[in-house]
Design a protein. Structure first.
Length: 117
């Protein structure tokens, strides 16, 4: 990964608050943590009002930045939500918990979208 000018980027990541121009406003602390757009747009927006932590151990009122980012990158790659609670692509993130490993359901979803040749 390297930083490039926005017009050359495949994916643009930003921390935003409230209404930020994409028609999907954030709700402040709690609730919606992030959203992203498919490969044709390649945008990942995180709610700047939420309390993210990237460390392996996080507090009860913090959301795992790595888990949320992995989840949203999954959407950018074309994955939808999983019904598997242990999957990165499960629709809900619980404060105070970290999840950094892909579940078999996440892996199978990517393989279905991008099969090995």
């Amino acid at each position: 990964m390297r930083r490039v000018k926005v017009e050359k980027a495949d994916v643009v990541i930003g921390f935003n608050k409230g209404e930020h121009g994409d028609g999907r406003p954030f709700d402040g602390n709690g609730g919606i943590l992030a959203h992203s757009f498919s490969p044709t747009i390649g945008a990942l927006h995180l709610d700047a009002d939420d309390n993210f932590n990237h460390r392996p151990k996080i507090g009860n009122n913090e959301s795992d930045f790595v888990w949320v980012a992995m989840h949203e990158i999954g959407h950018i790659l074309g994955l939808t939500h999983s019904s598997e609670e242990k999957a990165i692509m499960f629709a809900y993130v619980e404060d105070g918990l970290t999840r950094r490993a892909l579940h078999q359901d996440d892996i199978m979803g990517i393989h279905a979208l991008y099969p090995r040749e």
